[in-house]
Design a protein around this ligand. Structure first.
Ligand SMILES: NC(=O)c1ccc[n+]([C@@H]2O[C@H](COP(=O)([O-])OP(=O)(O)OC[C@H]3O[C@@H](n4cnc5c(N)ncnc54)[C@H](OP(=O)(O)O)[C@@H]3O)[C@@H](O)[C@H]2O)c1
Length: 268
């Protein structure tokens, strides 16, 4: 597929998967608009991206703030004339028992991971619908298909993204706007920097690289696919959950039970 001069807006482009996507789209001729909160990191990414795509741009923006998102998209539409591909990638994580998690943390995760994608899409969609074309790719997670121990707030935000994406798919496909969902398992990025020591850890064999996720994004766009779960082992586990939910729950409980946090007052 030819991405030359396509305008690609990537949220969370200052590191990890978003950074890799920005570099890869630029190499394939696209004009990349990336956003994030860390201006210093965005500047570093922009240097790399401009080597192959000189008109690309990075914009400081908190996607969880609808006013900042409005300002960013207004600027992109004015200066670049439209967005061909929107990749909702910005996200934050956590791993902590729900009963020990502050409400403010739970709200923040939903605000960034789910509402961030909603705000960006809501701003971009009218112009895509008016042009009768466009592509939205949402970076969700296997945690959007499987409820994982100690990740209730994160799973909720990704389950929300999956259901929202499925609805959008039905609403927007007939209008010429394509919607896709990429659900990676654990990825080698700095994503878990604040909860690296908490359990349960994913087996190393399940990890993929940011470049694998970037390739998956190109795959869903080029093959007009709605959902891609990766790696294959986790796709199989998601399939098992769909076809045999009882067996899946039994096996998942066996895996998770050793890591359940029992409060001090309940320990004998
Ligand atoms: N790594 C994994 O194991 C994994 C697995 C499955 C799914 N995912 C998903 O993949 C996506 C990217 O994660 P990653 O692994 O690349 O992690 P990462 O390296 O920590 O990157 C996260 C990106 O999101 C941006 N971001 C965070 N909060 C933001 C906000 N409020 N406004 C704008 N940008 C914000 C960060 O930029 P600033 O800090 O500059 O704001 C950064 O660029 C996330 O949606 C995550 O849920 C990751």
């Amino acid at each position: 597929m030819d991405f030359t001069n396509q305008i690609v807006l990537i949220t969370g482009a200052s590191s990890g998967i978003g950074k890799q996507l920005a570099i890869d789209f630029a190499k394939r001729g696209a004009v990349v608009i990336g956003c994030g909160r860390s201006i210093a990191r965005l500047k570093e990414v922009l240097k790399q991206v401009r080597q192959t795509s000189p008109t690309s741009l990075m914009i400081g923006c908190d996607v969880g703030d609808p006013e900042q998102v409005h300002g960013m998209i207004e600027r992109v539409l004015t200066d670049y004339g439209g967005v061909d591909i929107l990749i909702n990638n910005a996200g934050i994580g956590m791993r902590k028992p729900f009963h020990q998690t502050d409400l403010s943390t739970i709200e923040e995760i939903m605000r960034v991971n789910y509402f961030g994608a909603v705000y960006c899409t809501h701003e971009v969609l009218p112009s895509m619908i008016a042009r009768g074309k466009g592509q939205i790719v949402n970076i969700s997670s296997v945690a959007g298909n499987i409820g994982t121990l100690n990740m209730a707030a994160y799973c909720a935000s990704k389950f929300a993204m999956n259901g929202w994406s499925e609805s959008l798919y039905h609403e927007l496909t007939p209008l010429g706007v394509k919607v896709s969902l990429v659900c990676p398992g654990p990825v080698h990025t700095g994503f878990s920097r604040n909860f690296r020591d908490s359990e349960p850890h994913s087996p190393p064999s399940l990890f993929v690289d940011a470049s694998d996720v970037s390739q998956a994004v190109f795959k869903v766009i080029e093959h007009n696919r709605f959902e891609l779960v990766m790696p294959r082992w986790l796709a199989l586990i998601c399939w098992l959950k769909r076809v045999s939910p009882g067996l899946f729950r039994y096996l998942a409980q066996r895996r998770f039970r050793p890591y359940v946090t029992v409060p001090e007052s309940r320990r004998s």
